[in-house]
Write a protein that binds this ligand. Structure first.
Ligand SMILES: NC(=O)c1ccc[n+]([C@@H]2O[C@H](COP(=O)([O-])OP(=O)(O)OC[C@H]3O[C@@H](n4cnc5c(N)ncnc54)[C@H](OP(=O)(O)O)[C@@H]3O)[C@@H](O)[C@H]2O)c1
Length: 256
């Protein structure tokens, strides 16, 4: 019997928001697991740097400037991926933004930026890449959720709304596309040390609130998200769909 592994040898993986933070680490980590990477974000120089590092590892890489809220950019991303690699095996839907603003002060513009990126952008990335996967009758999509998908993060109404919605979209796509052998799952980090959360370092009271509420007593590191994403991307998870793995140092298990 040939046992499945978490090896990603020769697979084509698109990572959105790959220029920095968790996405950058995922792009490099999935490449070291054997994948060829399409690294996309709005800032071309950052994804170019990631692609250069991946090529140094001996893998193939393509870097593209893509705004996930723009449908033409997503069409171009899929077209260029197929032109270069002929297939797309995995999509890591990682691009995301937040606005730390009290609910009563949030503007329509703030709401739209968060929802357009985290929910609309995530869905249409999945849809456009998913169409190719449906034709191939094989694929794995991993959406970056958050503990904010499950519990309230104060001053983050749009963010938590978008990440709660992402959990539901993950399940609906998993149910609709299971018959095409396209799996759709999520990974939900808690507080991870990335540029998205640099503001926490400037607010010791917020930092200690987070670490006190986290059984493991610390924030996570981007590389600690990699294992869950790699597992769901790989054939080792061939019977897993509609699931979200929370990587949270125990935060969601904490009751009191
Ligand atoms: N950090 C955490 O503690 C944490 C916790 C839970 C969940 N998450 C989730 O994990 C994901 C990554 O977070 P992070 O902390 O690594 O964020 P980050 O450091 O701020 O990086 C976000 C990445 O997304 C890209 N991006 C933002 N808007 C985009 C758009 N419209 N089109 C294309 N790319 C876009 C950014 O590049 P450009 O600005 O150049 O486009 C950047 O590469 C997000 O979905 C976030 O919600 C993070």
């Amino acid at each position: 019997m040939k046992l499945p592994t978490m090896n990603l040898d020769g697979k084509t993986v698109i990572v959105t928001g790959a220029g920095r933070g968790i996405g950058r680490t995922l792009a490099l980590g999935l490449a070291s697991a054997g994948a060829n990477i399409v690294a996309v974000s709005r800032t071309q120089e950052q994804v170019d740097e990631v692609a250069a590092e991946i090529k140094e590892m001996g893998r193939e890489a393509l870097s593209l400037s893509v705004d996930v809220t723009k449908m033409a950019d997503l069409d171009n991303m899929v077209k260029k991926t197929i032109e270069q690699f002929g297939t797309v095996d995995v999509l890591v839907n990682n691009a995301g933004v937040t606005k730390k603003i009290p609910a009563e002060e949030l503007t329509e513009e703030d709401w739209d930026v968060v929802m357009d990126t985290n929910l609309k952008g995530m869905f249409f990335c999945a849809q456009k890449v998913g169409k190719k996967m449906i034709k191939q009758e094989k694929g794995s999509i991993v959406n970056l959720a958050s503990v904010g998908s499950k519990v309230a993060i104060s001053n983050s109404v749009a963010y938590c709304g978008s990440k709660g919605g992402l959990l539901q979209i993950t399940k609906v796509l998993a149910v609709e596309w299971a018959k095409y052998n396209v799996r759709v799952n999520g990974v939900g980090p808690a507080y991870i040390e990335t540029p998205l959360l640099t503001w926490i370092k400037d607010q010791p009271d917020v930092y200690s609130k987070i670490t006190n509420r986290t059984p493991m007593g610390r924030m996570g590191k981007p590389e600690e998200i990699l294992g869950a994403v790699q597992y769901l991307a790989s054939d080792a998870a061939s019977y897993v769909t509609g699931e979200t793995i929370f990587v949270d140092g125990g935060l969601l298990s904490y009751g009191v």
